[in-house]
Design a protein around this ligand. Structure first.
Ligand SMILES: [Fe+2]
Length: 181
């Protein structure tokens, strides 16, 4: 059984006890080990959206529902995050800054595909692109080690791969665009 209040309390306790993602990962891993329970607790995804489940200064917990075949542009977080998938799949492309590039240009560095029941940490300096490769919605719990909505960070133009300021509103609108598509 997945109880949101219990889950939030467990994540907060975990990050208090352990500033690394390890303890939070265990909490998220336990939750997504039973995807049916998470679906019952959070509701079956109906549309692409980002639901804020908890927003405190020390932690942000999001229910991220990716539209079918939706892709968002490369971005960083500047805080670690634990991602747990409870339905569908998130394909990640990881990027690194080209050494010495003054314009912040990035190059591809790796990839990781996360599926149902996976709970994985991403380090604070990770730059990634997320794609939902499926023709249906993907649902994931994201637990960020800080205030996701307040930190100034970067995104990269997907065509030129040049760095620019992260535009939160634009990224949120991508979810609405996915619903219209
Ligand atoms: Fe991200």
């Amino acid at each position: 059984m997945f109880e949101l209040d219990r889950f939030i309390a467990d994540c907060r306790d975990a990050v208090t006890a352990d500033p690394t993602p390890k303890a939070v990962r265990e909490v998220v891993s336990r939750a997504v080990a039973d995807p049916t329970a998470v679906l019952a607790g959070l509701g079956t995804p109906r549309r692409a959206e980002v639901q804020t489940l908890y927003s405190g200064g020390e932690l942000t917990i999001l229910n991220v529902i990716w539209g079918p075949r939706m892709t968002i542009m490369p971005h960083n977080h500047l805080m670690w995050v634990v991602i747990g998938i409870y339905t569908g799949r998130e394909d990640n492309i990881f990027w690194r800054r080209v050494p010495g590039a003054a314009d912040g240009r990035i190059e591809a560095a790796g990839a990781k595909s996360l599926g149902e029941r996976d709970a994985e940490p991403l380090g604070r300096d990770i730059i990634h692109t997320v794609t939902n490769p499926l023709a249906r919605l993907t649902g994931a719990i994201h637990v960020y080690d800080g205030d996701f909505f307040a930190v100034a960070r970067s995104e990269w133009d997907p065509e030129t791969l040049l760095e620019q300021d992260y535009d939160l509103e634009k990224n949120m609108r991508l979810f609405e665009a996915a619903n219209r598509a």
